[in-house]
Design a protein around this ligand. Structure first.
Ligand code: M6R
Length: 614
């Protein structure tokens, strides 16, 4: 979604701003722009299209300015045009903005009555005009007041009038050399460099310059100049991601690199957490509180969006079976507007790669406000969701740049597997710690099994390419393979833009079987698990109607390979690790098809990496 970068210092600002915008591209956007300040006037450029286009039209500009703000916009209010792109100027000020102003139309009407004219359809321009309106009123009322205090007062009044979550940066002609800003529910991170200060909505734009950063506190107005950041309650911290972790390392796309990183990141997510033997506990930070929390837990809600929601759905099977805990899963955008039952013993877990997803954050806040215990499984350590959750069980997947989530998903599942197994042990279930579904030995060998599957990557990619002319692709599975089928369909639609749907295999004859004819391809997840025989019956039903079957099963399974048109055998695995292994071919099928169709793999159309609006 939208990205913000700002710089003030001794270097020329424009190359730093453009570099920052490039590094934020992965978040998804459709237009870009910047404003530089020379000390007397603004230089503003905007482009409906990629950052490269903006750089091209600015080639001969920005040679002398040391102060600027820049933005990538993911359209919400108004089409992705140059006029709607940020920055927006209102009188003496210029502004970039992430997030949404919910009551913008009421404010717009009010300002129009005072004579304001608007050139764009955006809520951002309304915010800019509101601040300028107050700045002018205050200047007329107290002409002797210094301009900096006037801007601060105008910001404060405007903040009290707007509703929504946002982050803004602002420059004013009346206060040269400074950037003003507010973080109010959309993150901003700042760093003090040797030659100035750099601010952005995302660490990725800062990390190549410095690894000591401060996440600006919510609701505080701040000022940045070339020497310092002025804000209350600032805490700087070192970030352990390095710039080289956000390079493609010779892969064609970030997504492909991230698919291949899965053995490593799963190993990292388990590292230091595996028990020393089957009777010992898994090792978590805050071990004692973890034990108290789970011994007293009566009901668990797992809440998330998109791919992270599929991790939650899969984990429901683990928690019910191993921990014998009532586990309900829900999509965050639904949960936040329902009336969930919060009783003593309720635990709410939110799962999010980015840790900034607006709906997931709102669900977490709802649970926190109700006073129940909360935890998060996030990939970004200092994200808002991580910071606001009671407990953290972080994944260690490193930066995930491809919009299609891959390694974050398998890392989430790994943590959820370990957690459910450990909670079962804590609650006295499966005391031995060894059962046929999963032991810590099976978890420990996961990276090795993932490696083996990735050795067949060419087969999956080529098979994906053969699907490019299909009118629809279906995915089915039973038990833990059902959420994996949904995840396969999601990967397919977001990367290829082809219609694809996932179903529980048992639901086929309740409607979806109507789709099946000889022109329809159907991916059936059929590992040798306890539902195997039933899945094979479903496979027969599809074959009887002429559907083209791609079966993903267990190595050496001759029965399935006879029924299917195409068969992919995966290593035999424990029930608990099966979902983590089975999703890999689906990621690569989607990748292969998208590549054959010439799609933008890392930045599929209309999608954003971090969905910070509801
Ligand atoms: O950052 P989050 O895990 O909270 O994001 C949730 C979804 O937006 C995300 O998983 C989305 O569905 C992915 N693009 C799917 O690949």
């Amino acid at each position: 979604m939208c990205g913000i970068v700002g710089y003030v210092g001794q270097k020329t600002a424009l190359p730093i701003l453009l570099d920052g915008l490039k590094r934020l591209e992965y978040r998804g956007y459709d237009s870009a722009g910047f404003a530089l300040f020379s000390g007397s006037n603004f230089l503003i450029k905007r482009n409906a299209g990629p950052v490269e286009g903006l750089a091209d039209i600015s080639e001969d500009l920005g040679k002398t300015e040391h102060l600027g703000i820049a933005h990538t916009r993911w359209a919400t209010h108004g089409a992705p045009t140059e006029i709607n792109a940020h920055p927006h100027r209102a009188g003496e000020i210029v502004l970039v903005h992430n997030g949404i102003i919910e009551n913008y139309s009421q404010i717009k009407e009010r300002l129009m009555k005072h004579g304001a004219q608007f050139s764009s359809q955006t809520d951002t321009e309304v915010f800019a005009q509101l601040i300028e309106h107050h700045r002018k009123l205050l200047t007329n009322k107290t002409p002797k007041e210094n301009p900096e205090s006037i801007i601060l007062a105008a910001l404060k009044t405007s903040m009290s009038e707007v509703e929504g979550h946002y982050a803004i940066l602002l420059m004013s002609q009346t206060v040269p050399g400074k950037i003003f800003g507010i973080q109010n529910g959309a993150p901003l991170v700042v760093s003090k460099l040797k030659d100035g200060c750099l601010i952005a909505s995302d660490i990725q734009a800062i990390i190549p310059y410095h690894n000591e950063v401060c996440f600006l506190p919510q609701g505080e107005i701040f000022i940045i100049d070339s020497g310092d950041i002025h804000c209350k309650n600032m805490h700087f911290e070192k970030i352990d991601w390095s710039a080289d972790k956000v390079e493609k390392d010779g892969f064609e796309s970030f997504m492909l690199k991230e698919v291949f990183q899965q053995p490593l990141v799963v190993a990292d997510s388990l590292s230091g957490r595996l028990p020393i033997d089957s009777k010992a506990p898994f090792i978590w930070d805050h071990q004692k509180s973890h034990e108290v929390l789970w011994k007293n837990a009566k009901r668990l809600y797992l809440i998330a969006c998109g791919t992270s929601f599929h991790a939650a759905m899969t984990a429901k099977y683990f928690f019910e079976r191993w921990a014998k805990i009532d586990c309900q899963v829900d999509i965050a955008s639904e949960f936040r507007y329902r009336d969930p039952i919060f009783e003593p013993g309720t635990v709410v877990g939110v799962i999010s790669q980015s840790g900034e997803t607006a709906d997931t954050l709102a669900a977490l806040r709802l649970a926190n406000a109700a006073g129940v215990s909360t935890f998060s499984i996030c990939n970004v350590k200092n994200s808002t969701i991580s910071r606001e959750s009671g407990f953290q069980y972080p994944t260690k997947a490193g930066p995930e740049i491809g919009v299609a989530s891959t390694k974050a998903f398998t890392s989430q599942l790994t943590i959820l597997c370990a957690l459910a197994l450990d909670i079962g042990r804590l609650r006295g279930i499966n005391q031995s710690g060894e059962n046929s579904d999963l032991s810590f030995h099976a978890l420990a060998r996961l990276p090795h099994d993932l490696d083996r599957i990735l050795k067949q990557s060419e087969i999956f990619i080529n098979m994906g390419a053969t699907l490019k002319d299909q009118r629809i692709i279906l995915f089915v599975g039973r038990g833990t393979m059902y959420p994996i089928a949904l995840e396969g369909a999601l990967k397919f639609k977001e990367l290829t833009y082809l219609p694809s749907e996932g179903f529980a295999a048992g639901e086929l004859k309740h409607g979806p079987i109507a789709y099946i004819d000889k022109d329809v391809s159907i991916v059936v997840l059929a590992p040798k698990d306890e539902w195997y025989a039933k899945t094979i019956s479903n496979l027969e039903e599809i074959r009887a109607r002429g559907g083209h079957i791609i079966a993903i099963g267990t190595e050496g399974d001759t029965e399935t390979s006879k029924v299917a048109n195409e068969f992919i055998g995966l290593p035999e695995a424990a029930w608990g690790t099966q979902p983590i292994l089975s999703v890999i071919p689906l990621q690569l099928l989607a990748y292969g098809c998208a590549k054959a169709l010439g799609r933008n793999i890392d930045k599929p159309r209309n999608l954003a990496k971090s969905v910070t609006v509801e």
